[in-house]
Design a protein around this ligand. Sequence first.
Ligand code: COA
Ligand code: AMP
Length: 628
Amino acid sequence: MGAYAEAYRRSLADPEGFWGEAAGLVDWTTPPTRVLDASEAPFHRWFPGGELNTCANALDRHVEAGHGDRTALIWDSAMVPAKRSHTYRELRDEVARVAGALASLGVRKGDRVVVYMPMVPEAVMTMLACARLGAVHSVVFGGFAPKELAARIEDAEPKVVVAASCGLEPNRIVAYQPILQEALKLSGHRPEHVLMLQRDAHPADLGQPGYVDWAAVVPSAEPAEPVPVASSDPLYILYTSGTTGRPKGVLRTAGGHAVALAWSMGAVYDVGAGDVWWTVSDVGWVVGHSYIVYAPLLVGATTVVYEGKPIGTPDAGAFWRIVEEYGVKTIFTAPTAFRAIKKVDPKAAELAKYDVSSLTALFLAGERLDPETYQWASDVLGVPVTDHWWQTETGWPIAANPRGLEPMPVKPGSATVPVPGWDVRIVDESGAPVEPGREGEIVIRLPLPPGALATLWGDDKRFVASYLSRHEGFYHTGDSGYLDEDGYLFVMGRIDDVINVAGHRLSTGAIEAALATHPAVAECAVIGVPDALKGQLPYGLVVLKSGVEVDKEELRAELVAAVRRDVGAVAAFRDVAVVPALPKTRSGKILRRTMRGIAADRPEPVPPTIEDPAVLDALTPLLRRPAE
Ligand code: COA
Ligand code: AMP
């Protein structure tokens, strides 16, 4: 039996033995008394009785082991432009001061802190500072509209919001303060303070009530020591799009998270102490949480934090410049980034200008990796390219090529094999297993391994209803796919109303809610349609109120503006069609899934309960060519 097969077998047959051993990868202030507590299933608790501090594991222990001079974080902003690096000692000391500043603002263990910052080192420091205090961070992506930020503030009820004054996009400066002020107005909760990092490009007005200047308090703050927390204490809340407009607060607990991430760095990514690792994403997404911030630091690697885009900042050589400049060993990003580079530089002429010999692997996730992009990336880079599949909820890969354990042969289009710890099954709608090669719902048998979501913040009921009640004893991923005869997993796409636009996860429900605010709209549906660059784009179908006369171009512009206002620019909403009616079942349910299937050219059954098949027939040509 190969190393992968043996690890996989053992992780499922003897999870306590397997994860008990992996627990040795982190330092515990109090060792766990047990590995797994299943007494309150389906709520499972990993490493009960254990106490640790995640920040101390990510920083202090490396300094104490004599590696304080090793580079922990390199920041490269193509936007300012600017560069800065921090050794482990420097980062520990700075994070201790940020933690001290937060403590001086009243932040204590268990308090929530909303972090609203772009890709600056201070965002990473703030997250680690929260972990140091045992406080719970909730990072909000900068591309969201005030309403989305407000929903998160209202749900997390932070004591403090830590913000930067602006984000930098290629075509504009995104002033954060007006967005934050608007969100605070909309939200029923008011934080006691806003700790504001001023950026030269667009400083904020610090005269607003409750505002505190980062530069005035952090440098002089009393450094805070790490506070041990229970393994099951919350480390962070990360809101993600569900099938309704209301985001779900994925709750990650401290112990399982540290163990799983440290284990994954070796077993999946083959990266360890001293390696230079670069995840090109955003701290606002789970990929950023796990693999920009926590995992690389937990194993003592160097993490590169990049503010910029793959193209246009200034050109399609941006990635290769960074690989050469910092000796990057491994890159992790979303396929869309490579599709963008391929589009403007198909012959990879920019790549030829740089020495990228340090690069040994590329990992891609966040959306489906199309075989063409896989092939192009493999050909131009000449290193193994790994597609792997995971979700905000799982926190780390469910299926991957486990390069550190045993590299497996690649099958383009497949995320390779289930990672140890994840008991992946394919079932039909009734929950019955389906045979290899047949597509069905991808589910995971409980217990989920360490590091997966523990619950939804403040809403155990919604956690059970969303993920655990569809098929008893299994976690419902919301994706469909199949396992082939060799046990390789092929992920085909979401079976619900979640879409993935340029690697950004969005709810079509939230976009529909924005469209519905328009006075001329009687009803609407939004579906994800394939896009050659962004993977998917939202496509809106609206039915107008009877008797309403509108200029279609004006209406389109107003609907696009409404989505930008209520969801954010990141929704990239541009395509909308006015239609006479929406296809529905006799009970009034809109046939989104069927329409999605037609747009993606996938055989999707038309329910027998369809009310008027002619409505769907009339829409079909439009769905096949939505952008034209
Ligand atoms: N703050 C504010 N606005 C943001 C933003 C942020 N952090 N990120 C994106 N936006 C805005 C963009 O400026 C753009 O606005 P515009 O409509 O005014 O032009 C809009 O949201 C859409 O952004 P995006 O879909 O990212 O398109 P893009 O044209 O800016 O860039 C890519 C295209 C492919 C280069 C870009 O999507 C990319 O780098 N993706 C990498 C994948 C990634 O990081 N995924 C995260 C999960 S792993
Ligand atoms: P997020 O929570 O933003 O990470 O988005 C998770 C969703 O992205 C998954 O449920 C999938 O639909 C999709 N996804 C992530 N990685 C992959 C992949 N490698 N292949 C196909 N889809 C993916």
